[in-house]
Design a protein around this ligand. Structure first.
Ligand SMILES: [Zn+2]
Length: 467
């Protein structure tokens, strides 16, 4: 059954742009050709005029820390999925790391965590979604559970080299090998715990407890040395690996070098490292600093420039948000109360602003082509994370489409956003371009800037491969 015809837009893929119509049958892209209007028979077909608009594959955000619903806050997962749709994202990957709503049982077993997360998110999302499990150092046998995890449709997992739930190097290496052997891929948060824990202890001993010392104690060297170690592990194991939220030039250099040596190394960066700098930590407003307490922290402008170069030359593979729906009035309020920086919640919201920041700062400023942006936000993340029906506008893929007006201008305000945070680190940014309509498997979720989707229409996407 034909259900949708998108007419006359500029259809963008990673390899080129062309004016074309898109015919959708049963939620799947059937044809992408010039002038398909003649194929539409019958009155039930939805015809959408995309003249003057870009038609992009929906963004695939592979790094979010969305919160699952709780009795006290039953709408957080759903509402962030709606926010993602408003921003032009049609599929997101969530982590179930401690703090996202997982129970103590989930922190002891990957499979228990998966069952719990699936139950908590069932029929709760407005867009398609998947999960990547966090491997906690507190788990009894996380490596032993990895093959069963892949069999259950989860082909990636994330390990942290820092924080109290970190994985030691021995188990990190074993997890990487085991996942790789099953066709999956380990994601790694690369920061060196010795350098960071020492710097934190020294700062606290000096009485430097304010939020800006969070950044001062997480050096680019700590990120670089950890990234270097992970590259060496992946080379020795001969498996793919994915570096999450890469933030600095030194770490990027290690990824670039590893790729040149044939390591199947992949790396992402995030909009905040591209659009914001460590100048934010010089603010005298404590809330404003707490807003940007994230790990790794924001870096100097020189690192920002290195990341843009990495996106353009392929050293960086994708952009994802690291969305954490923390609120200044709730999770971040500890900063105002004088709680030391090492106890303040880490993270910043971003699920709704991925495409708008990347387009405005990247394409509109001439740093990236629109085709490269589509590759970074949709095609490559879908490919690397085993989302085989996502990420491109071509026959056989899911009709996950974004109609984007490149001529629009607006000022970004938290009050206009729909996410479950109460701020955006990009407050006041002047944006070029705006999402007009969004379709997930051919069904409208956003139409002319309004939510028209349904809770539960988003499907869990099982994945059997990655890397
Ligand atoms: Zn993260």
């Amino acid at each position: 059954m034909t259900d949708l015809l998108v007419q006359g837009g500029a259809v963008v893929t990673a390899s080129g742009s062309t004016r074309a119509d898109i015919l959708v049958r049963d939620g799947t892209i059937d044809r992408v050709e010039k002038d398909l209007a003649g194929l539409v028979v019958g009155g039930s077909v939805q015809v959408v005029d995309a003249t003057g608009l870009l038609v992009l594959p929906g963004a695939v955000d592979v790094h979010t820390h969305t919160r699952v619903a709780t009795d006290a806050e039953p709408d957080r997962f759903f509402q962030d999925s709606v926010a993602a749709a408003f921003g032009g994202t049609t599929t997101f990957l969530a982590f179930n790391n401690p703090g996202t709503g997982s129970s103590p049982a989930a922190e002891r077993s990957l499979l228990a965590g998966l069952r719990e997360w699936r139950a908590a998110t069932e029929r709760d999302s407005a867009i398609d979604y998947a999960v990547s499990l966090a491997i906690s150092g507190r788990m009894e046998d996380p490596v032993g559970e990895l093959p069963a995890m892949v069999d259950a449709g989860v082909s990636t997992a994330k390990a942290f080299m820092v924080f109290d739930f970190r994985l030691d190097d021995r188990r990190l290496f074993d997890a990487m090998r085991t996942l790789g052997a099953r066709g999956g891929m380990l994601q790694v948060h690369c920061e060196d715990p010795v350098l960071i824990d020492t710097a934190v202890a020294d700062a606290l001993a000096r009485g430097d407890t304010a939020p800006q010392f969070h950044a001062a104690t997480r050096s680019t060297e700590a990120e670089a040395v950890a990234t270097h170690r992970v590259m060496a592990f992946a080379r020795a194991a001969d498996v793919p690996v994915h570096v999450v939220h890469l933030s600095s030039a030194g770490a990027l250099g290690h990824v670039r070098e590893a790729k040149a040596r044939g390591v199947r190394a992949h790396a992402e960066t995030c909009p905040h490292y591209l659009a914001l700098s460590d100048a934010r930590y010089a603010s005298i407003d404590i809330d404003s600093v707490a807003e940007c307490v994230i790990s790794p922290p924001l870096r100097p402008v020189s690192d920002q420039e290195a990341l843009w170069s990495g996106l353009a030359d392929g050293s960086l593979d994708l952009v994802a948000t690291d969305h954490v729906p923390d609120r200044i009035a709730v999770e971040k309020a500890d900063a105002r109360r004088g709680v030391p920086f090492d106890k303040i919640s880490n993270g910043a919201p971003g699920i709704e602003t991925l495409l708008s920041i990347a387009y405005s700062e990247g394409v509109a400023r001439g740093r990236l082509t629109i085709e490269r942006l589509v590759d970074l936000l949709a095609t490559t993340p879908a490919r690397l994370f085993g989302l085989t029906r996502k990420g491109a506008i071509e026959p056989g893929r899911d009709a996950d489409l974004v109609l984007f007006d490149p001529a629009a201008r607006r000022t970004l305000r938290a009050s206009d956003l729909h996410h479950t945070s109460d701020y955006t680190p990009y407050e006041g940014f002047e944006l070029t371009g705006a999402v007009r309509s969004v379709f997930v498997r051919g069904r409208p979720v956003i139409r002319d800037g309004a939510f028209v989707g349904q809770r539960g229409n988003g499907q869990f996407v099982g994945r059997t491969t990655a890397g």
